[in-house]
Ligand binder design. Structure first.
Ligand code: PLP
Length: 390
């Protein structure tokens, strides 16, 4: 017996339960089709909502920045690593989101770790939707505040919790769009409760920007709540097609984050190429809502056809299309058979979704053609029938 024997037995147990994540390797650019594990397949599972990950305009911007500024920022941003490009993306994102200012960080995950502990600490209380993203949960834990979970998307449950738990400062945090089900948080109701109880409000818009609101300006824009949410967290890795994260809010909040957010103080920022590509992505969205419209057309078509075939696509209100299977082994088998038919749609099980709620999560993009979607639908129908799912 060695002290690390538990690892192999845990891995074997995951495999038995159908919960071992099969990580495929992509050897082509992201796009509606790509090469995964040496096979050209229809890509139905990336977060590249608008097809920007391999866009010529973004690549040109990255190339120019690389030539002009080199490959690395050289230091953390508070010492010698804040480049003009970093300030430019912060301004571009603030304009896009209609916020006073933003702080640009390494990722959406990191943005939650940066912001939440800068706002609350051990004497404080956080009210957190029970289905919040792992990065929010970890950000909350890092803060040391008392964490009170409220029922999913239930402002009544939030109200009860706010009545029951007092603290020095209190904060409510929610995903805007829930990434596994595609449902939308009831922000107007949450804002009302927050106002009544004087809660700091934080929303993570990772799956909302580039998707919801005017021209993809996100969930706060979707509900017309500008100025009513204290902090919007975002990512550059999904609809924007690049990598990076940010928090948007008042100028004073952003000044505070730049003094206190630990990932900003202790971890180097993103490279010139990443940042320049991100700026170009924001400009593409500012210039036209054509890609956002195409995304919604594609998603509506695909979802309606999947329902017609008899699949359970859950409660999604966005282009995220969960195909609920239930049993993790079956979901994983469905995903494997789809892959052999030329369709890449990853199965997702516990702990990413609750036990018994395993699913295939289909992500439609603006870059898919109608023929691409029909190809996917045909294969889903074939494999779904073979496995007795529909
Ligand atoms: C994807 C996601 C993140 C993480 O974003 P990255 O930029 O990939 O780190 C954070 N929050 C939510 C709600 C997400 O869906």
């Amino acid at each position: 017996m060695s002290k690390l024997d538990f690892i192999e037995s845990e891995l074997a147990s995951l495999k038995e339960q159908g919960l071992l994540i099969n990580i495929r390797t992509i050897s082509s650019p992201q796009g509606p089709w790509f090469v995964a594990d040496q096979k050209r397949v229809l890509n139905l599972c990336s977060n590249n909502y608008l097809g920007l990950a391999n866009d010529d305009r973004l690549k040109a911007a990255a190339r120019q920045a690389l030539e002009k500024y080199g490959v690395g920022p050289g230091a953390v941003r508070t010492i010698a690593g804040t480049m003009t490009l970093h300030l430019e993306i912060e301004r571009a994102l603030a304009d896009f989101k209609g916020a006073e200012d933003t702080i640009f960080l390494q990722s959406g995950f990191v943005a939650n770790q940066a912001v939440i502990p800068a706002l609350v600490g051990p004497d404080d209380v956080i009210f957190s939707d029970e289905l919040n993203h792992a990065s929010i949960i970890d950000g909350c834990r890092l803060s040391g505040a008392k964490i009170v979970r409220y029922a999913h998307n239930d402002a009544g449950s939030l109200e009860e919790a706010a009545r029951a738990h007092v603290g020095r400062r209190r904060l409510v945090v929610t995903d805007g769009v829930f990434s596994m089900d595609g449902d939308i948080a009831p922000l107007p109701d949450i804002v009302e409760v927050a106002q009544r109880h004087d809660l700091i409000t934080v929303v993570d818009d990772a799956h909302g920007e580039g998707v919801l609101g005017r021209g993809g300006r996100g969930i706060v824009d979707h509900f017309g709540l500008h100025g009513r949410f204290d902090v919007e967290i975002g990512t550059l890795s999904k609809a924007f097609g690049v990598v990076g994260g940010y928090a948007a809010g008042s100028a004073s909040l952003v000044r505070w984050f730049k003094q206190r957010a630990r990932p900003f103080l202790f971890s180097t920022g993103l490279s010139p190429a990443d940042v320049a590509a991100s700026i170009a992505a924001v400009r593409v969205l500012q210039a036209s809502d054509e890609l956002v419209k195409r995304l919604w057309d594609n998603a509506s078509y695909f979802k309606a056809e999947m329902r017609r075939l008899g699949f359970d696509t859950g409660v999604s209100q966005t282009p995220i299309t969960p195909v609920i299977i239930g049993d993790a082994v079956k979901a994983s088998e469905l995903s494997k058979r789809l892959f052999s038919e030329g369709v890449f749609a990853q199965s997702i099980g516990y702990p990413t979704v609750p036990r018994g709620k395993a699913r295939i999560r289909v992500m439609i993009s603006a870059a898919h053609s109608r023929e691409d979607l029909d190809y996917g639908l045909e294969k889903f129908a074939k494999v779904g029938r073979e496995l007795g799912v529909i």
